[in-house]
Design a protein around this ligand. Structure first.
Ligand code: SF4
Length: 371
């Protein structure tokens, strides 16, 4: 399994530019215990000056930071005002009365925040923080698919651009994908649904429903790297370990897992079951962040980092707030159409999270690609 972890992701050399002073110590000492089992004191002294400066600036500018579960712990626990998966963050964005939102996550998440609260200033600390799934498909691709499959509703994963959401009937997350697909089939009176753009999530949903699914050849470059063989090796090396997998992984990986669910589903499983040993088959910062809230659980940590998420660092967040950059701007017409697709999903009275237990073969009807 590729392991892209390394000091370059944890210690940003630019962090040496700000001194660790007594004032900084006084402002940040209360935060260190949250992450002291993950970050050694010598490294903390590099982060703390940035944490103090960011937290001061947030008050001055009436700003909040939305921190995705895949952020590194010093961001997630020490400057994030709200934490969670992309949809939880967007909902927080809509609720907050702050006038500035800094998205500690990737670009499509910042777009989702802007769609749900267009009157606020939304900043992304690094415009290159992209996503292999979001980059795999465009609004033009969806328009062609609609011509090819007239009448089939378009269900789009929230990991997509504003342009794509604007061509969508209803969005979904991995927490509600199965229920949204079945709702869309009923509501649009169709036995077929276009489920875009994640082919693996589509197959994992297909294993849970009779609805015929047509998907797109997109994939998350982090989750698609896990293999069934990785899981078997982990079990051999860690007898009794409980394996929890994210449904962006290929179906053969989920077939080897004890439980599969969304980011919040995995986190809830650990909280409720408190397994002695657990491995989360997902982006590796997630294990760090869940571990701090579950000190009695031992985490086996395979490491597949998302290079896009790891573009976001404390120095870049500080620079973003100081210079009010990089502002996310979206055509108002696109915002209106995209918001409808997100709001339809939010309005659904869903009572449970999607389960991924492979009740049927994980087969989709077709996997489309750009011609
Ligand atoms: S982990 Fe995968 S889905 Fe999430 S931002 Fe990175 S590439 Fe995209």
């Amino acid at each position: 399994m590729p392991d892209s972890s390394g000091p370059e992701f944890n210690i940003n050399p630019q962090a040496r530019a700000l001194p660790y002073t007594e004032i900084v110590r006084a402002k940040t000492d209360h935060l260190y215990p949250k992450i002291s089992n993950l970050i050694p004191e010598i490294e903390w002294q590099l982060h703390a000056p940035y944490i103090a400066a960011i937290n001061d600036l947030k008050k001055e500018k009436n700003a909040v930071i939305l921190a995705h579960n895949y952020m590194t712990p010093e961001i997630f626990h020490c400057v994030g005002d709200f934490a969670g998966d992309s949809l939880q963050l967007a909902k927080e964005a809509a609720r907050t009365d702050a006038s500035v939102i800094v998205q500690a996550g990737v670009h499509f998440m910042a777009e989702t925040s802007k769609i749900l609260c267009p009157e606020k200033t939304v900043l992304i600390p690094d415009v290159k923080a992209g996503c292999s799934l979001a980059a795999s498909i465009t609004g033009a691709d969806i328009r062609l698919l609609k011509e090819k499959y007239p009448g089939a509703p378009v269900v789009t994963y929230v990991n997509s651009t504003a342009d794509v959401k604007a061509e969508t009937d209803i969005c979904c997350t991995s927490s509600n994908a199965v229920e949204v697909v079945e709702y869309a089939a009923r509501e649009w009176d169709s036995d077929t649904v276009l489920f875009l753009p994640d082919q693996y999530l589509a197959k994992n949903v297909a294993a849970m429903t009779d609805v015929k699914i047509i998907t797109w050849a997109g994939a998350c470059e982090v989750h698609e790297r896990f293999t069934a063989e990785d899981i078997r090796e982990m079990r051999e090396g860690n007898p009794g370990v409980i394996v929890l997998a994210h449904p962006e992984c290929p179906p053969e990986v989920l077939a080897e897992a004890d439980f599969a669910g969304s980011t919040s589903g995995l986190s809830n499983y650990v909280k409720e079951h408190q397994p002695r040993n657990v491995v989360l088959i997902t982006e590796c910062s997630m294990s760090d962040n869940v571990a701090t809230e579950n000190p009695k659980v031992n985490f086996v940590r395979p490491c597949n980092l998302c290079p896009h998420m790891k573009r976001i660092s404390l120095p870049k967040i500080l620079s973003s707030l100081q210079n009010m950059e990089h502002e996310v701007l979206i055509d108002p017409l696109v915002i209106d159409k995209a918001r409808q697709a997100i709001e339809r999903m939010i309005a659904l009275p869903l009572t449970r999270q999607s389960m991924y237990t492979h009740e049927r073969a994980p087969e989709v009807f077709a996997i489309e690609t750009r011609a």
